[in-house]
Design a protein around this ligand. Structure first.
Ligand code: C2O
Ligand code: CU
Length: 446
């Protein structure tokens, strides 16, 4: 028998006694017509993992790999994942970052499920109804688990792609590239660990960048104009071609970059590490022909709030039923008898931050204010978040949906959601050590 625990996490007593039916909160039982049931077994285990540089690290893994097995499906498929834990003493879960699963599948330990301890298992099932680039990670002691390797990629492709004839599909280069720091070294590489790829000039290329770290990364794509076609899995409306721009990718965030392979090489680099990153070369080009990328830190940053063309959003964010202000700051608190930093929301730390209670169907607006000297990548589970404005300046380009937006020191972001996915949803800083230090609360409705 399945049950949804409300509360019961360490030190937390939940205020929710709501009569939410478990059946409503657990995932769909069947794929959409034409979809396929896709089963995965993910086993959390410690392992020695070899980085692209050849260095070996002691990692926490799903199935002995970092990233864990890629989950790549077609929209409408039913995803069924059996999570087992071999020897991760913290316990593990699977959270589908940015994917609006039913609450019972969300992987929030102590809230939507018990943590999966060594020797235990939990089965997730949900239908892949949204196309795009996402990722999964443990949500238990995630400040430790994700850093050590308990994450993987989730990519949902449109059905057309699969129906297109194989020759056309084979001609695309579609690379999913998590950006992750291992013991101080930032690695940008796909599942196979390759950092160099060759493809014929003219090939359509899609790079799916995923920041699995707790700090933002500034990246640059040198050697070609490109478009940012999707942010956090959601397509932008008519994104224009850009070149020589800085791409600041928030912790937890994803950008899809699209271009046609030029007849010269292309480099995806971090501003501060031009030797690392990924190289794409047209067939026949030699390694020495890579583009010069020494100036990327001076490139102007692409501002996504003013990129692409306006379009009517599915709800009117100016008509909010509820409004919450979230003030982010830092305080010194006594932890185990010693002073330690606490990351606070409205002056309090988890679990003593009041829950946000809304009703199904509400338009909910949040004002997120950063009064601290650190960046806070704010992340709400279960909902796409519509960006309304930053520092009083309205978002003027494509409707911009993010699940993780970087609130830099002093900034004020106005954002909104439509409350259409009932449950108990974590609302927290995705700098995972900050979340661990208290910057986390819950949004409820049924
Ligand atoms: Cu990516 Cu609450 O997490
Ligand atoms: Cu933070």
């Amino acid at each position: 028998a399945e049950s949804v625990a409300t509360g019961g996490g360490p030190g937390r007593s939940s205020s929710s006694g709501a009569a939410v039916s478990v059946a409503d909160l657990r995932g769909a039982g069947a794929p959409a017509p034409g979809g396929t049931r896709r089963q995965y077994a993910l086993t959390a285990q410690t392992a020695t993992v070899r980085l692209p540089s050849g260095r070996e690290i002691q990692a926490w893994t799903y199935n002995g790999q970092v990233p864990g097995p890629p989950i790549t499906v077609t929209v409408g498929d039913l995803i069924e994942v059996t999570l087992r834990n071999t020897d991760i003493d913290d316990g593990v879960t699977l959270h589908w970052h940015g994917y609006d699963v039913p609450c019972g599948e969300d992987g929030a330990p102590g809230v939507t499920q018990d943590v999966v301890a060594p020797g235990e298992e939990f089965v997730y099932h949900f239908r892949a109804d949204q196309v795009g680039t996402y990722w999964y990670h443990t949500h238990q002691a995630s400040h430790r688990g994700v850093r050590k390797g308990l994450y993987g990629t989730l990519v949902v492709t449109p059905r057309d792609t699969q129906q297109a004839d194989e020759a056309a599909t084979a001609k695309q280069l579609d690379l999913t590239l998590p950006v992750h720091t291992f013991d101080g070294t930032v690695v940008i590489a796909g599942q196979d660990g390759r950092t160099e790829h060759t493809t014929p000039a003219g090939t359509p290329v899609r790079l799916r960048l995923i920041n699995t770290d707790s700090d933002p990364h500034r990246l640059a794509l040198a050697g070609t104009p490109f478009r940012v076609t999707a942010v956090d899995g959601r397509d932008l409306n008519q994104p224009g071609e850009v070149r020589e721009v800085g791409l600041r990718l928030p912790a937890g965030g994803r950008y899809d970059l699209v271009f046609a392979m030029p007849d010269t090489a292309v480099a995806l680099v971090l501003d501060n590490d031009h030797d690392g990153g990924v190289r794409l070369r047209p067939d026949g080009a030699a390694a020495g022909e890579d583009p010069a990328v020494e100036d990327t830190s001076g490139w102007p940053e692409l501002d996504l709030l003013h990129y692409g063309e306006p379009a009517v959003a599915p709800f009117d964010a100016s008509k909010a039923d509820r409004h919450f202000t979230i003030v982010l700051d830092r305080a010194v608190a006594m932890v185990d008898g010693a002073p330690a930093y606490a990351q606070t929301v409205n002056g309090r730390g988890h679990p003593s931050i009041p829950d946000q209670l809304v009703a199904k169907g509400d338009i909910v607006r949040f004002t997120v204010v950063n009064r601290s000297l650190e960046t806070h990548p704010w992340h709400l589970h279960g909902h796409p978040v519509l960006i309304v404005s930053r520092d009083g300046k309205p978002s003027s380009g494509s409707p911009l949906w993010m699940d993780t937006f970087d609130v830099r020191p002093g900034q004020v972001w106005e954002v909104a959601i439509a409350a259409t996915n009932p449950g108990i949803w974590m609302n927290h800083c995705h700098n995972l050590p900050h979340a661990h230090q208290g910057m986390m609360l819950q949004l409820h409705y049924d």
